[in-house]
Structure formats: structure tokens, C-alpha cells
Ligand binder design. Structure first.
Ligand code: NAD
Length: 296
């Protein structure tokens, strides 16, 4: 039986870890929050009091943490993963962080003799609960093949994106595209309304025409057109605007460092920043349809 140490049992990490239990892995968990620790115990895993303790004897270490600084602190230092994990353990970081940090951490892992992949996810809390997340994986072919067995119980799709950091690169590009397309779909509904076009009629046309995209057909910002979308629940997340802004920050920093020209990415960040500053960071990002008309 493979023993997995899971570090970071928050909104995403806990349901992901629960799916591993279902798949009959032995689960060890650590989080700074006492609530998360009790939840992992209740689910049938074993809770530990530190990174150092949880990684001992683990064949695979998975981290699902809020940001790059925390990822670096959990892996590095005397109490961290590199100094305390079993020789030969596979390390998987599923947090969303910047490409440069992901590559730096993977280099440190290699120096200490570990295989490591970055494996950020798309699919949100719903996907984490259902075990249908899309994993975008960066690392060597061998490390990717090793990681697949641990990722499969949590995944709908697992894609090898290339070398270390490329999983984070794919995530940043995907979410920049999502941010832009949601604003595009919202502008189209708002223009249609101003011209007297019914939302459902426009949806029926565009979802079968060249305007078709995920932001329209799966996550429509117009209430009633896609019954499962957050727009039907007063734009409750879903995917909060503040989280979208984190991902856009990563994408825009990457564009700056590489010189890539991403004017719509920059504009979308300005729009979501304005929405956040108006006090709506907790609102689903599809609520931008109301922000654009001054109603939010
Ligand atoms: P969260 O804040 O709910 O969970 C993070 C957990 O990490 C918390 O339980 C926190 O206590 C724990 N933690 C923080 N520092 C720690 C440390 N030093 N040691 C151990 N545990 C520590 O966040 P989340 O929504 O679960 O997101 C986790 C990651 O997944 C983020 O990088 C986020 O960008 C990414 N992500 C989130 C979503 C989403 O919809 N929530 C979707 C895709 C990707």
C-alpha cells in the first residue's frame, strides 16, 4: 500500500485527500488549522503535528497550499519536506504558484535526490469533491509516470505539460484566457440586453455559433441560461474574484518577465481589481457581468 502525506487540507486539499482514502491509499495529513486536522481524522486518515512528522515514512508527499512563499517554507529548512522526507519519495505540489518558484523548488528537490512535479489543478471545490480535477503536470517523464497513480483518484484528466514549471505555465495561461472570455461573454449579454435581445435567445444562438466557449456554455453569467452556474445563486462561488485575481497576478508577472504581449490579460486584471476594490472579491468572477453595468 502506498502511503501519502497530504499537507494543506483546506477547501481543495481536504476533499482531494478524501478521494485518496477511497482509493485505499494510507493517508497521513498535516495542516496548521485544528479544524482541518480533525476533519482528516474523521475521514479515516492519520493526523500529524508537523511537516517533519507527516512526511516520515511517506512514499508520496502532496502539497495544496495558498501561495508560493508558503510552498517554499514547507519544502525548505530543517523542519521541511526536503530534510525529512524518506529517500526516494515522490513530491507533488498542486498549489497554484508562479512558474519561477515552481522551477526553483523542483531544482532544490533534484539537488536533494527527489523526483518532483508541479501539478496545479482546474475544476474548483466541486471537481475536488467529485474527483474530476484537471491536473496540469510539469516535470520529467519518469516523475510524471510515477505521479499518475497518486493523482488518478482525484482526477478527471491528467496532462503532462513538459518540464518543471510547465504545469504552472499551463494553469496561468488557461486562467488568463478564462478571465478574458468571461468578460467577453458578459459584454455580449449586456450589449444584447441593451438592444432588446432576450438572454435565452442570445444563449441559444451563441452556444451553437462561433461565440461558443466554456464561460458561456458551462458557466454562463446570465441567470437561467445554465441552471448549475453561480449566476443562478446570486453569483456565490464558484470561483471567487479574489482567487481569479491571484491567478491573473501570476499570469501578468510571467508576461512581464518574458516580454509576452498580453493586453487583454492586463485589462481583465484591471476590471477584476476594480470589482475587488469595490468590496466584491468574494463574489464569483462571473458577477463581472453586473460590475460592467455598474450594478455591482
Ligand atoms: P485554503 O486556504 O482553503 O487552504 C489552504 C490550507 O493550507 C489551509 O487549510 C491552511 O491552514 C493550510 N496551510 C497554510 N499554511 C500552511 C503550512 N505552513 N503548513 C500546513 N498547512 C498550511 O485554499 P484552497 O482554496 O484549498 O486553495 C489551495 C490552493 O489551490 C491555492 O494555491 C489555490 O490557488 C489553488 N486552487 C484553488 C481553487 C479553488 O477553487 N479554491 C481552484 C484551483 C486551485
Amino acid at each position: 500500500m502506498t502511503t501519502i502525506a497530504f499537507i494543506g487540507l483546506g477547501h481543495m486539499g481536504l476533499p482531494m485527500a478524501k478521494n485518496l482514502l477511497g482509493a485505499e491509499f494510507t493517508l497521513r495529513g498535516f495542516d496548521l488549522s485544528a479544524e482541518a486536522i480533525s476533519a482528516v481524522r474523521e475521514a479515516g486518515g492519520t493526523a500529524f503535528a508537523s511537516v517533519k512528522e507527516v512526511v516520515e515514512d511517506a512514499d508520496v508527499v502532496i502539497t495544496m497550499l495558498p501561495n508560493a512563499a508558503i510552498v517554499k517554507s514547507v519544502y525548505g529548512g530543517d523542519e521541511g519536506v526536503f530534510k525529512n522526507a524518506k529517500k526516494g519519495a515522490l513530491l507533488i505540489d498542486s498549489s497554484t504558484i508562479d512558474v519561477a518558484t515552481a522551477r526553483g523548488v523542483a531544482e532544490d528537490a533534484a539537488t536533494d535526490g527527489f523526483d518532483m512535479v508541479d501539478a496545479p489543478v482546474s475544476g474548483g471545490v466541486g471537481g475536488a469533491e467529485a474527483g474530476t480535477l484537471a491536473f496540469m503536470v510539469g516535470g520529467t517523464k519518469d516523475a510524471f509516470e510515477r505521479a499518475k497513480a497518486a493523482l488518478e483518484p482525484m482526477a478527471g484528466k491528467i496532462v503532462h505539460c513538459g518540464k518543471s514549471g510547465n504545469g504552472q505555465a499551463a494553469k496561468a495561461c488557461n486562467n488568463m484566457l478564462l478571465a478574458i472570455s468571461m468578460i467577453g461573454v458578459s459584454e455580449a449579454f449586456n450589449l444584447g440586453r441593451s438592444l432588446g435581445l432576450d438572454d435565452q435567445v442570445f444563449f441559444d444562438v451563441a452556444s451553437n455559433a462561433s461565440g461558443q466557449c466554456w464561460s458561456l456554455t458551462t458557466y454562463s453569467p446570465a441567470p437561467g441560461t445554465v441552471p448549475t452556474a453561480p449566476s443562478n445563486n446570486d453569483y456565490n462561488p464558484g470561483f471567487a474574484t479574489a482567487l481569479m485575481l491571484k491567478d491573473l497576478g501570476i499570469a501578468m508577472d510571467a508576461a512581464k518577465s518574458t516580454g509576452a504581449n498580453t493586453p487583454l490579460g492586463a485589462m481583465s486584471r484591471d476590471i477584476y481589481t476594480a470589482m475587488d476594490r469595490a468590496g466584491h472579491g468574494g463574489v464569483d468572477f462571473s458577477g463581472v457581468i453586473k460590475h460592467l453595468t455598474g450594478d455591482l
